[in-house]
Design a protein around this ligand. Structure first.
Ligand SMILES: [Zn+2]
Length: 322
């Protein structure tokens, strides 16, 4: 309790209520049912629950749309934080939602619509194909993805990271082709088709008071596309979600999200044109009144030690936004 009072005291100094308030927007992807030995740092049901408990004790958690409006008006409460999830994973509904509800917290879910209802994002195809590949040599040099020896978990994690860092920046069709080739070489017979949400789960999130945001259809790196393709991707995602939810989609998250790398000023202008109220990046830091509402920074909690969760958040609250 003493520690929590201290956190609030420090938080009030860094981010007081009103015009000098700052806004920390947390960025999650998956919340796993149990620890994945390939990715031991990923958030699990237990660590997410512990984080939400501490978050609600030390910060004022707001829905993102409301927070953005209040940031512009200079009426945010002290220690303001928002919670967001990217991509549309089914575990956001099955695991994260009940935890959020138990703690009385609202969140925004940015969804890439092309992979819903039994689809799979390219990164998960790579992860699952290499996870299940036979031990031994995996020669992906024909695809420009190097040669790998898979014996330990570490080898598999290394191979996954190597492949992902390469295919992430390929044009979407090329990316699909290469990932398909990888599957053949890794001889994976059945890959999971239940990783992403269904339309019904998205509707239920909405009915539970959560906000749905756009994240394009196929999750391309926008900086690599021409204006027509950028508009198509953003519009397809937005329209799909508006049909499913029956609500206006007011918020957008740039795929991958690094300013100057994954998206450029011309794509920010397009997002603005589409009538979104705000957009978020993956640039670290907290927003202030002076931040561009179409490039709000976000913070990915990375500490596996729960005791550092609030201190890291306070550090992030102090960072950027000028
Ligand atoms: Zn994403």
């Amino acid at each position: 309790m003493f520690l929590n009072s201290l956190y609030k005291f420090i938080g009030n100094r860094i981010s007081p209520a009103g015009a000098h308030a700052r806004l920390s927007i947390l960025n999650y992807h998956r919340v796993l049912a149990k620890r994945d030995l390939l990715f031991p740092g990923e958030v699990t049901i237990d660590s997410f629950d512990a984080q939400m408990f501490r978050l609600s004790a030390a910060f004022n958690v707001l829905p993102l749309f409301e927070a953005v409006e209040r940031l512009k008006q200079g009426t945010l409460p002290a220690r303001a934080v928002c919670i967001t999830f990217d991509d549309g994973y089914a575990d956001n509904f099955t695991i994260a939602l009940p935890i959020l509800q138990r703690h009385g917290l609202a969140a925004t879910f940015f969804i890439a619509t092309a992979y819903l209802n039994g689809g799979r994002m390219f990164n998960d195809t790579v992860i699952e194909a290499i996870r299940h590949a036979q031990p031994g040599r995996l020669d992906l040099s024909g695809l420009g993805l190097g040669q790998h020896v898979l014996s330990t978990l570490k080898d598999r994690a290394r191979a996954i990271n190597h492949v992902l860092s390469t295919v992430k920046y390929l044009p979407v069709d090329e990316r699909e082709r290469i990932v398909g080739g990888l599957c053949e070489l890794a001889r994976c017979s059945s890959l999971p088709d239940n990783l992403m949400m269904t339309n019904d789960q998205i509707k239920s999130l909405c009915r539970a008071g959560m906000e749905i945001g756009a994240h394009t259809a196929r999750h391309p790196i926008l900086a690599g596309l021409d204006a027509v393709a950028v508009k198509q991707e953003i519009m397809a995602g937005k329209q799909f979600l508006e049909e499913v939810t029956g609500m206006p989609i007011r918020l957008f998250a740039y795929p991958n999200g690094k300013p100057g790398v994954d998206y450029l000023p011309e794509q920010v202008a397009i997002v603005r044109e589409f009538g979104f109220a705000a957009a978020v990046s993956t640039q670290n830091g907290a927003a202030s009144q002076f931040s561009d509402p179409f490039q709000l920074p976000r913070f990915t909690p990375w500490q596996t030690n729960i005791h550092y969760f609030v201190p890291e958040l306070l550090k992030n609250l102090r960072n950027g936004g000028e």
